[in-house]
Structures are given as structure tokens and as C-alpha cells.
Design a protein around this ligand. Sequence first.
Ligand SMILES: [Cu+2]
Length: 427
Amino acid sequence: MATRRDFLRGSSAAFLGAALVSKAGAASLPEAPLMESAATQQPYLPPNGRPYNPVATLNGWTAPWRMKNGWKEFHLIAEPVKREISPGMIANLWGYNGQSPGPTLECVEGDKVRIFVTNKLPEHTTIHWHGVLLPNGMDGVGGLNQPQIQPGKTFVYEFEMKKSGTFMYHPHADEMLQMAMGMMGFIVVHPKNPRFMPVDRDFVFLLNAYDVDPGSYTPKVSTMLDFNLWTWNSRAFPGIDPLVCRLDDRVRIRIGNLTMTNHPIHLHGVDFEVTGTDGGWVPKSARWPEVSIDIAVGQMRAIEFIANAPGDWAFHCHKAHHTMNAMGHNVPTMIGVDQRGIAKKINKLVPEYMVMGEKGMADMGEMEMPLPENTLPMMTGTGPYGAIEMGGMFTTVKVRKGLARDDYKDPGWYKAPPGTVASEYKA
Ligand SMILES: [Cu+2]
């Protein structure tokens, strides 16, 4: 019998067949594929159904489906997962089909979808389809629209995707806890007409946040605002893959916010326009140019631009503490404080003690400080010119000439033409 590992070796997209919930259900339930990798998977070309140009889920994947008598059938399994937040840190989260966030569900306007949801969590759950227009009984608010899905049970949701756009899914049951544990995913409904607002590259990711104490693995679930890990698709820099674009591609990036605060998302190197919200597409006459867009709690914003400038462009949340990993919160301001005398005294008691923050905190980005296990450095990442001093909600948009249409591989660091890099002035 094939093991999980054999499956991984044999398939470029690491889909795995999961055990089905019950013998009775086994005959009728579609397969629930499982993803073991936290890497960005190649866009999933639709094997059947209406054609469309698939999205690339940042550090994620698209769920395969089964067509059955004209219905597109998905199977989500709500379950505890281990998510690599960045190399060197794993979190015990809850998610769907092996990862948090769950797989992106891709459909086409007019598709009839049937989504089976199996609950393998220790408590009840539901799924709400955020922004999708559907019958009241399919809206997924536990207690209001449906009974809760008890552990071990499978529920089925059926509705038609009436309009194209970008939506999210998440539980509407013990919501604060289940979202603090990572239960969420993206829904992309492509337009029926493939010539409607076409783009060359179409990325999606969710903004999420966790509160994981240094040295621990499981998020604190009663945190309201003071989260310490700010993530994109449950990944923190330097674990977030670059968004790789071909020079002069038209690029769309769809960003949903399921954290408990707003995020001004800032892209260097280009101007963009907001072309979609969770409510629908923005007509051309209503768009204006931007370089940052504030995405409020529970909102989705789709931005579009022409990738006409080669380079490695920073792409990040503009709240500076959201581009840091845990441990930075209670550091006192020491700028201008002469700590030399103090350090000598403390060194007699604690030989490892280091003076920090006297000239600012930039030294932290390069410092090899001993950290508790399973803890990411606060400011980290190395670029071609040294320490990048970032964490959390930070990555790059890498624009390169001559890439293949379907090439999303990291091309390495940009090699700037001679004379185009800021350098020391020498008189
Ligand atoms: Cu932010």
C-alpha cells in the first residue's frame, strides 16, 4: 500500500487520499485530499467543468473536486493540523484537509456546488460562506441557520455560485476560538466569460494572526487584540513565498482579512487599483491609483497592476509591529541609554548577557541570540545586501523578464544593472 511519503514523491501537487469518515458515507462521499506541504502549489488546472484561469494560493493549494451529475463536489475535513509557520516553527492549529488555511475552493459563476464537511475536531463546528449569495439555510451560522456539526458527523451544503468574485469560508460556531486556531479558507468564483477582467497571474491569500507564546506550540485562544504572530496564509516571513511575476504581466492579488484588526497592505515598485471587494467587482470608473490599501476586519480587497518594473519589491503590512515576529512587545526603549556599566555588573551574574537597543533595534536583525525552542527571531531574513530585519506580514513581489507563463518558482535575488543601486558617496 502506498504510504503518505510515496504519494508525495509521486505527485508534484502533494495530494493525498484521506480515510473516509464512515462506511455508509464511503460510497457517496467524494475523496478528501490532504496537503502535507506548506509551499505554494502550482495553480490547479481545471480537469473538467467550465474552463477558467486558475489562481495561485500563496503557501497553499486548491482543492480538487469531483463532478457528479452536473454538481461540483468538494469534501472538507475540519481537523487539528500542524502548520509550519516558517522554517524553525510549527504551530498546532485547526484547519482543513491537513493545513491552515484550508484549500482554496475554485468554481465558476453558475456552478452548482455541493460541499461535504466532516468534523474531526473535538468540538462542534459549521462553515459560513462569507460573501456568497445563497439560501438562508446554507449560510452556516450554527444555531441560526442549521444545527451544529457535531464531532464525527458530516454535513452537506448545496448552492449555486450566482456571481463571480472572491469570498472566504470560516466557522460560525465557537467562532473566536476556531478562527484563533486557524480555521479559514478562500473561495474564488471565476467569471463565466473568461474574457471578463482577464489577468496573467492571480494570487490569493488570507491575513491571519496568532498568539503563540515563545517556546510553545498552541495559540492562546482568548487573545482579543494583542496577537504576536502576524501571518499571511498562516506563514510568517521569511516563510512566506515570493509572488513571482513575469515582466509586463497583468497581476491580481486577492487579500482577505480574517484577523481582529485592519492591515494597510503596501506594495513597492508599482501603482495598483482596487478592482474587487467581497461585494463584487469595482467598475473602471470607480477605481483610483494606490500604493497601499487598508483592509478592514472581515474584508477582501483584490488589487491589480502591470508588473512593469523588474526587481524584488517589498510587499508588506505597513503596521511596523506586524512585520515582526514574537518577542518584541515588552522591550523597553533604550536609545541613548549608556548601558556599559550595567552590562558589566550583570555579566558577573549572567555571563551571556548582551547590551541591546542602545543605538536602535537594528542589531537584533543580525544577532544570533539563543531563542526558546519553536520560536522565530523577532527581526530576521537575509537579502543580497545583508539582514532584511523583518518578520510577520512581509514578503516580496519578484518581477522578472523571460519567465515561462506557468513559472512560479523563486528566481533568486534580483541582479540590479550596474549603477542602479544606492551606494556610499565617496567625494
Ligand atoms: Cu498588519
